[in-house]
Design a protein around this ligand. Structure first.
Ligand code: APR
Length: 243
């Protein structure tokens, strides 16, 4: 169990594993997306420059795959945690899906972008909601640029890193859920939280196997997120300290 007190600030980092039980594939495991596609063909600025239609076909496939998917008990538990802790919970996801939002989480930071947003690759027009699938053409912006998925590709800078760094600095509990711990900078967040120095930070991992950065976690709860996460918190205690 994870004890959360009135003065705790909780940073949660989620990865593809949190959505696995909802039927969305992870990237690196058996059946993972990177087993069927080459990153450099579909998720990099080079791929976009070389074959934008192939890139859109990949993200259109993922938009379609998301249809009808529902949040699982892990997403619901994190939404419930937000209700109890308010702004003392910071939920940062590497996932581009919208299952955290569907579960009721209101303040999710999507450091790798959002599957259902697009943006222009040329002008400053902000990212916009876009549910469309583009399988036979690449959409164009009014400025003449090409519309691309609002996704942080390999070789690009993740979003909101300054805000994330501030939260890592002040959290007292750090929890990673369903992430292999091999993709940076997210894989270094646990080290950043521990380095903040103000006080001892408790660090936890939840997932069926140990992540690559296991050594940095005080405790590893081995199991599927949907099964273990809802049982990790003292909900009655949390409702007593709820905001
Ligand atoms: N519950 C919790 N964790 C699970 C579950 C489950 N039911 N099923 C699988 N996992 C775990 C796996 O054990 C693995 O450690 O989820 C992790 C998934 O790892 P990856 O596929 O590497 O996904 P992730 O860590 O989110 O990848 C990070 O890499 O390709 C990029 O941008 C992409 O955001 C992604 C980033």
């Amino acid at each position: 169990m994870i004890d959360i007190g009135v003065s705790d600030r909780v940073f949660v980092l989620t990865g593809a594993g949190v959505s696995a039980e909802s039927g969305l594939p992870t990237f690196r495991g058996a059946g993972g997306l990177w087993r069927g596609y080459r990153v450099e063909d579909v998720a990099s600025p080079v791929a976009w420059a070389r074959d934008p239609l192939m890139v859109w076909q990949f993200y259109s496939m993922r938009r379609k795959a998301h249809r009808g998917k529902q949040p699982n008990p892990a997403h619901l538990a994190l939404a419930k945690l937000e209700k109890a802790l308010g702004e003392r919970l910071f939920l940062c996801t590497q996932n581009v899906d919208k299952l955290h939002e569907q579960a009721g989480s209101r303040r999710v930071v999507h450091m790798h972008g959002r599957l259902f947003q697009s943006r222009c690759d040329r002008c400053d027009r902000p990212p916009f909601d876009d549910e469309n699938c583009y399988e036979d053409h690449v959409p164009r912006c009014d400025c003449g640029g090409q519309i691309r998925p609002h996704i942080c590709w390999f070789g690009e800078m993740p979003y909101e890193l300054e805000r994330i760094a501030r939260e890592l600095e002040r959290c007292t509990v750090f929890m990673a859920v369903g992430t292999s711990g091999v993709v940076y900078p997210a894989a270094a967040f646990v080290a950043q939280a521990r380095a903040s120095g103000k006080q001892r930070v408790r660090t936890y991992y939840v997932g069926p196997e140990e992540p690559a950065n296991r050594a940095l976690f005080n405790e590893c709860f081995l199991g599927k997120a949907g099964e273990s996460l809802p049982r990790l918190f003292h909900w009655s205690q949390l409702s007593a300290i709820s905001v």
